[in-house]
Design a protein around this ligand. Structure first.
Ligand code: NAG
Ligand code: NAG
Ligand code: NAG
Ligand code: NAG
Ligand code: NAG
Ligand code: NAG
Ligand code: NAG
Ligand code: NAG
Length: 257
């Protein structure tokens, strides 16, 4: 379903428009996942490796390297690559910028084990947790925007607003505005809170550390999209290989960085 300015709905006035948004909101309900379990994963490569192969050795060592690195350094973004040609293993991991270095290291350690369990032979996979994401591929993916691996969740509830189109447009603006803040921050990350009438909205956006500043902006803008009527739930989250956003009506951001 697609809406744009000037479609027949707008001629029926804002009331009908808001009702339509409410119906859409109810129709696309999906539970939001939290906790220490992975949010999701994708074994996206069609190529497989065999047990004991040079690729597997390179993958193991690259994974071990970033797990070690995440213990030693607090940058929150880690990369490693070992090998060449068909045996090349490129690995990267990103932590949410608002978590502690300990949680980051623990999340990456868990991810490095779980991605092997879930994708035991795939030469390219990605796994997302609430607090981190980890990806590997036998092709060099560093510095490229990855929208192919994209997932989204929305909260079960519609936004607590009697002006859903106004709410949605403001959340869209908020997320778009935050892309500028992400570009200007060392960790390509921004968090924000606004109060819309009496409803709080908390948001964060983040890019992986190997994107250029321009590509970080581009990645987020493409993820956020240009539909100002898409934000009718009380919360929503979109993740991909390179950037992500999330907004909620409650505080889910750790204040400590
Ligand atoms: C890789 O393995 C998957 C699952 O076992 C299989 O569906 C796929 O065809 C394999 N790919 C190749 C290129 O052999
Ligand atoms: C790579 O690590 C996995 C999981 O720990 C292990 O089962 C496998 O034997 C290792 N492979 C190589 C080649 O080191
Ligand atoms: C990771 O750390 C362990 C323990 O310090 C060490 O034995 C191992 O060689 C390290 N691996 C890599 C790839 O850096
Ligand atoms: C982490 O630090 C330990 C101790 O300082 C060092 O032995 C190890 O090589 C470092 N690992 C990485 C991946 O930098
Ligand atoms: C890592 O896994 C352990 C065991 O399942 C769990 O207790 C812990 O919370 C996980 N850590 C993170 C950061 O997800
Ligand atoms: C969420 O995913 C569904 C199914 O892939 C897609 O149709 C929808 O456009 C996505 N929504 C957003 C906001 O990305
Ligand atoms: C906020 O309140 C004003 C005044 O009651 C109303 O016109 C507006 O639609 C509300 N905005 C939202 C997003 O709920
Ligand atoms: C977004 O930025 C514009 C321009 O700075 C500002 O007028 C607007 O209030 C901001 N919107 C939100 C929701 O933060």
């Amino acid at each position: 379903m697609k809406f744009s300015k000037g479609d027949s709905i707008s001629s029926n006035g804002p009331m009908i428009y808001s009702m339509l948004l409410a119906i859409i909101c109810v129709l696309v309900n999906q539970a939001i996942v939290t906790q220490a379990d992975p949010l999701s994963h994708s074994c996206f490569s069609h190529d497989n490796y065999t047990k004991g192969s040079p690729f597997e050795q390179n993958l193991n060592r690259s994974l071990e390297y970033i797990v070690n690195d995440s213990v030693n350094s607090t940058t929150g973004f880690y990369q490693a690559f070992i090998g060449q040609g068909e045996d090349l293993a490129c690995v990267s991991a990103l932590c949410r910028a608002d978590i502690t270095p300990n949680d980051c290291a623990s999340c990456i350690a868990n991810a490095s084990v779980e991605i092997r369990n879930r994708c035991p032979t795939s030469k390219g996979s990605i796994i997302w947790y609430d607090q981190c994401q980890l990806k590997y591929h036998h092709v060099n993916f560093f510095g490229f925007i990855d929208h192919d691996n994209r997932l989204n969740w929305t909260s079960n509830n519609c936004a607590a607003s009697n002006d859903l189109s106004g709410f949605s447009a403001t959340v869209h603006d908020l997320l778009n505005n935050m892309t500028t803040g992400a570009r200007d921050s060392e960790k390509l990350y921004t968090e924000s809170k606004i109060t819309l009438n009496s409803t709080d909205v908390y948001g964060l956006v983040q890019c992986v550390g190997d994107l250029s500043l321009d590509d970080c902006t581009k990645c987020l803008q493409e993820l956020i999209g240009d539909q100002t009527c898409a934000y009718v739930h009380s919360g929503g989250r979109v993740v991909d290989g390179s950037c992500n956003y999330r907004y909620e009506s409650y505080s889910f951001i750790n204040i400590q960085t």
